[in-house]
Design a binder for this molecule. Structure first.
Ligand code: ZN
Length: 284
């Protein structure tokens, strides 16, 4: 049994404690920045090989313009020049979503433009995704999953050694341990990262000259059409809680916005103007 527990604890040797930029939260990461970048680039390549990029020039340009403006302030203020920022627009009007990969590859689906009326609102979404990359949330999530597995594994080994329990009781207890780890460790952790990405995103987009109030407008529109899954069963906070937190943060980020060179707000096209492609377009 000692050997089994030792093997479970082995990954702890690679544990590193860091602090997130802007929010200053302590985080545990068991992956080097280089490894993380490599993983992000490999996944990005796979996604690009299997996705159809939008051919809408205007929307693609808007995304790149807003993305580049945010990447510039991130590199300038948070030493991320090793990141390879790239902003890809995926042609999928039904998907209102965006995500980021470690190292700065951001993907936005055309469906999210249904909720956008200005560059400022798009900046709220891009800022959030850049926030995930800047705070190394992908590597942290992977590390937390490993740590949670170690804890669950140790409890399950001890449970197996309990002579008084029947096989059925042991199976039940093992299942319960996994469920508790998911409910009380992984899901709350994921929600913490979401709030943090909102916070970092507000700072970055304000520094890049985008109005932080637009984040509220975006989330209000977005939440009207999203399901109301109970927060404790979800990886994401409810829109209501998200809006409350953003409201609280706005006064603290307004000075960044006021200090930045204010940019012209350009109206975006609505999703109905996106022409779905008849022929799939793959980037080579
Ligand atoms: Zn997020």
């Amino acid at each position: 049994m000692k050997k089994r527990i030792f093997l479970l604890l082995l990954p702890l040797l690679f544990l590193a404690c860091t602090k997130t930029p802007i929010t200053g939260r302590n985080q545990l990461i068991m992956m080097s920045a280089d490894e993380e970048m490599k993983l992000g680039l490999e996944t990005s390549k796979e996604i690009l090989e299997n996705s159809r990029l939008s051919r809408d020039k205007e929307a693609t340009e808007v995304l790149k313009r807003v993305g580049d403006n945010i990447a510039v302030v991130t590199n300038r203020d948070y030493n991320t020049t090793n990141y390879q920022w790239e902003f890809n627009l995926i042609d999928n009007p039904k998907e209102a979503n965006a995500f980021c990969l470690p190292g700065g590859r951001i993907f936005v689906f055309t469906g999210i433009f249904r909720y956008m009326d200005s560059d400022d609102e798009l900046a709220a979404v891009i800022g959030h995704e850049v926030g995930h990359a800047l705070a190394r949330h992908g590597a942290e999530r992977k590390s937390s999953a490993t740590l949670s597995k170690i804890g669950v594994g140790i409890l399950q080994v001890l449970n197996e050694l309990d002579d008084k329990s029947t096989r059925a009781q042991k199976d039940e207890s093992n299942k319960l341990t996994e469920h508790m780890a998911q409910r009380w460790i992984m899901l709350p952790h994921s929600r913490t990262q979401e709030y943090e990405a909102d916070h970092i995103g507000l700072v970055l987009s304000a520094k890049a000259g985008y109005n932080p109030n637009a984040a509220l407008r975006f989330w209000e529109k977005f939440s009207a059409l999203k399901s109301n899954q109970p927060e404790y069963t979800s990886t994401h906070p409810t829109a209501k809680h998200r809006i409350e937190k953003i409201k609280e943060l706005i006064p603290s980020v307004m000075p960044y916005y006021e200090a930045s060179k204010k940019k012209e707000v350009k109206k975006l096209e609505k999703v109905k103007d996106f022409i779905p492609l008849a022929v799939p377009f793959f980037k080579d």
